[in-house]
Design a protein around this ligand. Structure first.
Ligand code: PBE
Length: 304
């Protein structure tokens, strides 16, 4: 009886010791993570891309809307400079906060990254990339209009071109032309019922990012195969919307809606023809390496 009691007590105290050690460890671990003040470490700075990007406008809105971002700065160097800074930070395991989006190859190249939660929904949920046309495009070029309207693909399609171009260092235009050759079935759905073009030139407004260089080059290739000439003009998103509204361009497949380009769309929506999504499942937001122990924009800290 005594021996049994002794054993029970011994086991009980062992368990207590183990539990105590375990919780000690856990406490000191999380203490050391909590010690890192990420907001200070990144100097309350978000590394963004070009100032004219929709995501730059949206990030300025986030800085206004979130108390936790009050006093923060958005730097807007360029997409290439942002990627370089991101790569350097990841190699050194240093904290960094960038503006990020899908489709893009950055998540394939740096798989250990996460979007910060956005409880206020400033960056929105998954969104679409949409096709817009100028008023009168359908009447002036019905066959081209039909093809542009039927253009529709997936995140995976677009990313395949972006990854291949990034990995091979080939031009996106060439990789896109190859994609068209390799995806006859999909392309034949876009050209279904489309009559031969009359050689007139179709003006596509686009943006300079790889995602839109892929989509515009794919569509241009297919239009050209169907008897049209095509001119693709990469400009800032605000100019894309303006040029469709004032008729300088015939169409665009580069409108990220309803979030990223909300402001640009709002100002022209009565003067453009909305042909709906050509890709579903795009996304934008603030992105950090996974080794940073924060989950939400609200985990950041305002300037004093
Ligand atoms: N992007 C990629 C662009 C649109 C395409 C998300 C960087 C933007 O306007 O923010």
């Amino acid at each position: 009886m005594n021996f049994k009691k002794g054993m029970v007590m011994l086991v009980a105290s062992l368990i207590l010791t183990l539990v105590a050690c375990g919780s000690d460890d856990a406490t000191s671990d999380s203490d050391s993570n909590e010690d890192i003040n990420y907001s200070e470490e990144v100097d309350r700075t978000i590394i963004g891309i070009e100032p004219g990007a929709g995501i730059s406008v949206t990030t300025e809105t986030a800085i206004e809307e979130y108390d936790s971002l009050s006093g923060w700065t958005l730097e807007t160097p360029s997409t290439a400079a942002m990627i370089t800074e991101l790569e350097e930070a990841i190699n050194a395991e240093e904290p960094i906060i960038v503006t990020g989006w899908n489709p893009h190859w950055m998540f394939a190249q740096f798989p250990d990254m996460k979007y910060l939660e956005d409880p206020k929904g400033v960056y929105g949920e998954a969104e679409n990339i949409q096709t817009l046309a100028r008023q009168g495009f359908e009447e002036d070029h019905p066959e081209a209009y039909k093809l542009v309207d039927q253009f529709n693909w997936t995140v995976e399609d677009m990313e395949q071109i972006m990854y291949d171009a990034n990995e091979s260092d080939e031009d996106i235009a060439d990789v896109s032309a190859q994609w068209v050759e390799d995806n006859e079935d999909k392309v034949s759905e876009w050209t279904d019922g489309v009559g031969e073009g009359d050689g007139s030139t179709i003006e596509l407004a686009s943006t300079p990012w790889d995602s839109e260089r892929a989509s515009s080059n794919v569509l241009a290739t297919v239009l050209e195969q169907n008897g049209f000439e095509v001119e693709v003009t990469p400009v800032d998103p605000s100019i894309v919307f303006e040029s469709i509204a004032n008729g300088d361009a015939d169409a665009t497949v580069a409108a990220w809606l309803p979030f990223t380009h909300a402001d640009f769309y709002e100002s022209v929506k009565d003067d453009v023809v909305d042909l709906g999504p050509n890709l579903e499942g795009a996304k934008i937001g603030l992105v950090v390496p996974s080794y940073m122990d924060i989950e939400s924009i609200e985990d950041l800290e305002a300037a004093e």
